[in-house]
Structures are given as structure tokens and as C-alpha cells.
Design a protein around this ligand. Structure first.
Ligand code: SF4
Length: 200
């Protein structure tokens, strides 16, 4: 653990998230979903929940991707970082010649929107109701059990970053990505992070 790392709710947080940068978030209309090219690991509990609500998700996918038996791939395996513990499984990756990478997660629609997020919104629920934890968390990631901002991945270097330069005053990263941090830390944990940041 770095001397400057923070620990909240037993979660190790990279201190660089307290840094202020002249950045803004990417916007939905700008996003080309580079991060969806390789699919994602999802808890088996959440995968079961998605299958159980298949009727809500299928209308938002191209016809050839609507069979729930196609949605996940490979063997379930342990993942120590996932807050639910237990096992994770991968979403299936399919060919997509319209995407710069030539392949995408099966849930990424041709309009570059995630069918799981679209389905949640369509039934009036939170946009992350069906979204895999790691997808909702992005661009924050776990690296060796530390929560960090992903900045130098291959995806980012190819232009798939989730942040953009901003003309406005620098803003602390933990404020820029507050929704993602609240997902991990909860409202109380995020308030603790704000206190720690304010105390310098
Ligand atoms: S589940 Fe959705 S957000 Fe996650 S990789 Fe697939 S398309 Fe992208």
C-alpha cells in the first residue's frame, strides 16, 4: 500500500483521486464505447439476475443477440476484488465490423449504447440497475486490490478515455467521478472521503 493511499470501508483508494485536474467527463454523445470491446467480468449473481429479467433486455438488442444462452461465456472463476465476492463470468464478445476494434461485448448495440443500461432506463429504474459492477465503476478500476483511475490503458492511449480536457477550473478527481465512488463506498463512505480530502 502507498503511504498516501486512503482506506475507507476496508477499500484501498489511490490518493491521486484527491488531485485536481483540468478535466471534464466524457459525454454520452461522444462515447464510442472503446471500453466495451473486450466484454467484462460480471458476478454470477448479477448474471443470473440479468437472465431472470431477459424479457426486459431482449427488446433492446439486435434480434440475433436476444438468446440469453449466448450472453455469457467461459467458466465462472473467483474474483477477490469484486465487492460481492464469489464467482464472476465474462460477457460474450461478438464480431462487430462497425466498431473500430472489430469486436464488442454482446450487450453493446450498434448505436454504441449498452442494452443493459437502456433496459434499466426503459423500465424507469436506475441506469445501472442491470449494468455489471465493473462497467458502472469505469473508468475507476481495481489494480492489485487498489481502487485507481484508469489512465494509461491501451484503450485510453487509442482515444477511448472517459475524460476530456476542460477550460474550467481544475476539479478534484474524486468529485469528477463521484457517482462511481459512491457506488463502491456508499453515501457515507463518500462523505468520509470528502472529509479526508478537506482535512488535507
Ligand atoms: S455490459 Fe454494457 S457497458 Fe459493460 S462491456 Fe458490455 S456493453 Fe459495455
Amino acid at each position: 500500500m502507498s503511504n498516501q493511499d486512503l482506506v475507507i470501508n476496508d477499500i484501498q483508494i489511490d490518493a491521486s483521486l484527491l488531485e485536481a485536474r483540468a478535466l471534464r467527463r466524457c459525454r454520452t454523445e461522444e462515447c464510442q464505447s472503446h471500453c466495451c470491446t473486450g466484454g467484462v467480468y460480471i458476478s454470477t449473481r448479477q448474471a443470473d439476475d440479468i437472465r431472470a429479467h431477459a424479457h426486459l433486455i431482449q427488446p433492446h438488442l439486435p434480434e440475433e443477440r436476444r438468446n440469453p444462452a449466448l450472453w455469457f461465456d467461459g467458466e465462472a472463476e473467483p474474483d477477490d476484488d469484486h465487492p460481492e465476492g464469489g464467482l464472476v463470468i465474462s460477457t460474450r464478445v461478438v464480431d462487430d465490423p462497425t466498431h473500430p476494434a472489430g469486436q464488442t461485448c454482446i450487450f453493446l448495440r450498434p448505436d454504441r449504447r449498452c442494452a443493459l443500461q437502456v433496459a434499466g432506463l426503459a423500465v424507469g429504474e436506475h441506469p445501472w440497475r442491470f449494468k455489471p459492477f465493473y462497467c458502472a465503476l469505469h473508468p475507476l478500476v481495481y489494480v492489485e486490490k487498489r481502487l485507481v483511475l484508469s489512465e494509461d490503458s491501451e484503450i485510453y492511449l487509442e482515444g477511448g478515455s472517459c475524460s476530456r480536457p476542460s477550460e474550467a477550473a481544475p476539479v478534484p478527481l474524486y468529485k469528477l467521478f463521484d457517482r462511481e465512488l459512491k457506488l463502491v463506498l456508499g453515501e457515507d463512505g463518500y462523505a468520509e472521503l470528502e472529509c479526508l480530502a478537506a482535512s488535507g
